[in-house]
Design a protein around this ligand. Structure first.
Ligand code: ATP
Length: 277
């Protein structure tokens, strides 16, 4: 049974805007799934179906094999945590600490467990020093970290991050990359994220969905997707610089192995230039 599955999911806003047109999506345990697509492709709309914020116009959304209903929506929201693009909507308590405690408190956990979880996630997201600050006075990147901490404190099985790196500084992006990479192994979580930073996809994801005009137009491993460079540029998407450069060299008959991640590319280049022992 899949953690999340959508079958032929459609969503029409205001009876006129077809934002999703027959989406089949699957998320399993301990996966890192990227969803890429140009503005308006339908990524956020799809995410809003994962925990019942939106209801399907037609088709199915199954969480642990069950459709979302009034009687299980609390459980669904416990197991699928979503951090939206605009963190302003997700931080609202007088202090960061209280804000992060909001979710676990709502789950009815005891005080000791709440305290423990809050201090853990504040550490993980490196926002401990902000714990007494009012969240609405934080910078955009700080707010984003606090919003992620708040959702993580509920210990969901699936963490959904809608453009998590938007507005983060380079160190923030690096921290987020490391954080996401640890989630499946260290916490047994599945993470689903959308991004316009394609180079991040190869560093983090093990499976990629490509959306366009409300449909999934390609899916596969990082290799499967980033080998289709023409498709990506037709969809107004970037190809990450590493495979793009290596493909150009290969086209000019340089004997070099394809790579998608920075570390692998370093090895490929060293090997190609005969410097690898
Ligand atoms: N509340 C809404 N009411 C009406 N139309 C909407 C609403 N939200 C989104 N849409 C429309 O649905 C389509 C899909 O939007 P969505 O936000 O899901 O795209 P996205 O892939 O997340 O885009 P982005 O990369 O810009 O965040 C767009 O055409 C958008 O204008």
């Amino acid at each position: 049974m899949h953690l999340i599955e959508t079958r032929n999911l459609t969503h029409t806003y205001n009876k006129t805007i077809d934002a999703l047109k027959g989406v089949d999506f699957i998320a399993g345990r301990k996966q890192r799934i990227a969803i890429i697509g140009a503005n308006g492709a339908g990524k956020s709309t799809l995410f809003k179906h994962f925990n019942g914020i939106l209801k399907p116009t037609s088709g199915d959304v199954l969480i642990h094999g069950e459709p979302i209903t009034k009687s299980n929506i609390k459980e669904v929201r416990k197991s699928v945590g979503i951090v939206f693009q605009n963190s302003d909507d997700q931080v609202f308590s007088p202090t960061v600490e209280q804000d992060v405690a909001f979710g676990p408190t709502n789950l009815g956990l005891d005080e000791h467990t709440i305290e423990h979880r809050v201090s853990e996630v504040l550490k993980i997201l490196d926002v401990e020093h902000l714990k007494d600050r009012p969240p609405h006075h934080l910078s955009g990147g700080e707010k984003k970290r606090v919003a992620i901490a708040g959702v993580l404190a509920m210990e969901p099985q699936v963490l959904v991050l809608d453009e998590p790196t938007a507005g983060l500084d380079p160190k923030g992006v690096l921290d987020l990359t490391n954080f996401v990479n640890r989630l499946p192994e260290d916490y047994g979580m599945t993470v689903i994220f959308s991004t316009h930073h394609v180079d991040l996809v190869s560093e983090i994801a093990d499976y990629v969905y490509v959306m366009d005009g409300g449909q999934i137009v390609a899916k596969g491993t990082v290799e499967d997707i980033f080998d289709q460079q023409q498709l990506l540029s037709d969809l107004r998407l970037d190809v990450p610089p590493i495979p793009k450069l290596i493909k150009k060299l290969k086209d000019q008959n340089v004997d070099i192995e394809m790579a998608y991640k920075y570390d692998d590319a370093e090895k490929s280049f060293l090997k190609a230039f005969g410097k690898l022992k």
